[in-house]
Design a protein around this ligand. Structure first.
Ligand code: ASP
Ligand code: MG
Length: 441
């Protein structure tokens, strides 16, 4: 069985939604099709939800009207016959009555999450009815029947698997099973989600849960590129990546994949293929457990919004237990650390979530002098076993010779070297590395 996931832009226009029906039909065997919300919908729902939480009901209603109009136009083009127009109309009215009902009541975080779930619920229904109109046999399997997260918001892969396998097996005479990306139930049994961009994660969790042959993530770009195409002019798609390489790239900013996507697939060794809906013939990127081109640079990714914290203390000199106490402060504030470097009297580390920065700083103050630098960018250079090669660091630092580097991390894994620079140098650094490591200008 294959899992096919289509993102927001792949379903965002009626003609694209029709196109993915073709892609699904062109895929042999039984498959699970995971859909995102139509592009722009989740952003619109977030805006509506924010306004409702802020008590701005009129503003929320204005945005709801605009979103509803968008769907009215969408169904007009999606369905060909009068009877399916009527079905589309019924779906849209039902969803918007529900959204207005959520808005009318006491709106809290629970209502907010229910609101966010509507995007995927409506896109899958509209697609299902599109297949019905074309007399293509398919089934809708609600993600809320099997997808769940625990009290730490972590997906419960084994439980998901236990629920999903019998559900899928019971659907014997149908080849196309459609489900929602992104949405799930939490440990209070409420509707929740896997965070923004989470549909990729859904696809990977499903692929791992049913031990699929392959997980295909269909987007609007021809695979993972060697550098950020929004910042660097010339980039090339990478044909093969290992799970480890892809994980690092997704985590450190490659926007094409939700950062946790690779984890479940890697656990059960299910290959992940990135494909382009706009250009289905393009080879895309295949991510597997097997390495290729060992020792060469594969790709560069950058992650913004990083805060660097430096703790300087003479008490650190030859002391043990110091780092544990420092780490405990971050643990207590549920803040994860990305990069870390130490000298004998100081330690520098980075975080990407600065929600609790003030309290963290206050607590760290007791250890010594604290310095905080905001607006930093981590640049992550990835390639299997690159750190074992001679001259790799020289090549990286020669490329970055014009850029002040704040921190360096190398040796944590053999697959990556990370450097921290001020955000203002990001563009220059990515371009310099593109030229220095890949000869691309
Ligand atoms: N619709 C959700 C979002 O926009 C999930 C996804 O598209 O992956 O974040
Ligand atoms: Mg996405």
């Amino acid at each position: 069985m294959v899992v096919l996931k289509f993102g927001g832009t792949s379903v965002g226009k009626p003609e694209r939604m029709k196109k993915i029906a073709e892609l699904v039909l062109g895929t042999p065997g039984k498959k699970i099709v995971v859909l995102s919300a139509l592009s722009g919908t989740t952003n619109a729902l977030v805006a509506i939800g924010d306004n409702l939480l802020a008590g701005q009901k009129a503003k929320a209603e204005e945005e709801t009207v605009a979103l509803e109009k968008h769907y009215q136009t969408f169904i007009k083009e999606l369905y060909g016959s009068e009877s399916f127009h009527a079905i589309g109309q019924e779906i849209v009215s039902r969803f918007f009555i529900f959204i207005r009902m959520l808005a009318a009541g006491k709106f809290d975080n629970k209502g907010y999450r229910e609101l966010l779930a509507q995007g995927e619920l409506i896109s899958t229904e509209l697609f299902y009815q599109h297949l019905q109109e074309r007399k293509i046999s398919a089934r809708l399997l609600p993600a809320l029947y099997f997808m769940s997260i625990d009290e730490n918001d972590e997906p419960e892969l084994e439980k998901i698997s236990e629920r999903l396998k019998p559900l899928v097996n019971s659907l014997t005479n149908v080849d196309i099973i459609i489900t929602q990306g992104y949405i799930c139930r939490n440990n209070r049994n409420e509707i929740d989600n896997l965070k923004r961009g989470g549909s990729d994660y859904t696809a990977s969790l499903i692929g791992a849960a049913i031990r699929a042959q392959e997980i295909q993530i269909w987007t609007d770009i021809d695979g993972m590129h060697n550098n950020d195409p929004r910042i660097v002019k010339k980039t090339v798609p990478i044909s093969e990546l290992t799970f480890d390489e892809a994980s690092e790239l997704a985590y450190f900013g490659a926007k094409i994949l939700h950062p946790s996507t690779i984890v479940p697939a890697q656990k059960y060794n299910v290959p992940v293929r990135l494909k382009n809906t706009m250009d289905e013939k393009a080879p895309g990127t295949i991510i597997t457990g097997k390495g290729s081109s060992i020792g060469s640079f594969k790709a560069i990714a950058a992650k913004d919004g990083i805060t660097a914290i430096n703790i300087r203390s003479s008490r650190m000199l030859m002391a043990y237990g110091f780092l544990r106490r420092v780490f405990e402060v971050f643990e207590n504030h549920k803040t994860s650390i990305d990069m870390i470097t130490t000298s004998e009297v100081a330690v520098s580390l980075t975080i990407d979530n600065s929600t609790h920065l003030t309290s963290i700083e206050n607590e760290l103050n007791k250890f010594g002098t604290i310095e905080v630098d905001k607006d930093q960018t981590i640049i992550c250079i990835v390639g299997q076993k690159i750190t074992e090669q001679k001259g790799v660091l020289k090549q990286i630092f020669d490329s970055l010779s014009e850029i002040p580097v704040r921190m360096v991390s190398c040796g944590g894994s053999t697959n990556n070297v990370s450097v921290l620079v001020e955000k203002q140098y990001k563009e220059k650094a990515l371009n310099a590395l593109n030229e220095g490591l890949f000869g691309l200008k």
